[in-house]
Design a protein around this ligand. Structure first.
Ligand SMILES: [Zn+2]
Length: 197
């Protein structure tokens, strides 16, 4: 289930040192992993944080092997709670994840034409770019997200009643049209979102 990493995962340097702070936090994800993989806290505490002295990246070793990682990302908690919470917090309360001054520094120094977050969207600066592009009011964000969720729900027909399946294409079309109306304008920049599900 676990494999040891002797070299830096990014630059392949062998020059890794163990970090002083190895605090162990049992959050929502850790609890799900423990339960589904039958692991104890002691098993997980064997995972240590190492720092690469060449590129400064922090990394865990030992870490889950490829098969187990895939299981964790796609099954154990495929629907990433934290990133969807980020999106909902913004759409409902205009709260953004705290990235310090990163967005300001980045956009001041680099002209970003395209921005994408794959597999775990809304964890990075996506919401900042979105807000910058759609400087709208509270009701805009609320209605926009309501239609997006309605559209996505209308497309989830597996196991639903015959009537639901029959009416869902029409509903999906209606919500998608509303989403497009909300956008108002053709955007110059392209934004991509993709979730692992
Ligand atoms: Zn490195």
């Amino acid at each position: 289930m676990f494999i040891e990493y002797k070299n830096c995962i990014y630059c392949k340097s062998k020059n890794l040192t163990i970090e002083k702070d190895q605090s162990y936090l049992e959050n929502f994800y850790v609890k799900a992993i423990k339960s589904d993989l039958n692991l104890s806290s002691d098993n997980l505490k064997k995972i240590k944080i190492h720092k690469c002295n060449r590129c400064n990246i922090l990394q865990n070793s030992p870490w889950f092997n490829a098969d187990t990682s895939l299981k964790i990302y796609s099954n154990i908690y495929g629907q990433h709670n934290r990133n969807w919470t980020n999106l909902i917090n913004f759409m409902e309360k205009q709260l953004k994840p705290n990235h310090g001054f990163l967005f300001n520094i980045l956009t001041k120094n680099i002209k970003v034409k395209n921005y994408a977050e794959f597999n775990s969207p809304f964890m990075g600066l996506f919401i900042n770019f979105f807000e910058n592009e759609y400087k709208k009011n509270k009701s805009f964000y609320k209605n926009f997200s309501k239609n997006i969720l309605n559209y996505l729900s209308a497309r989830q027909t597996a196991g639903k009643s015959k009537n639901f399946q029959k009416t869902s294409p029409k509903k999906a079309k209606k919500y998608l049209k509303q989403i497009n109306n909300f956008k108002n304008k053709k955007t110059k920049k392209q934004i991509f979102i993709q979730d692992g599900n």
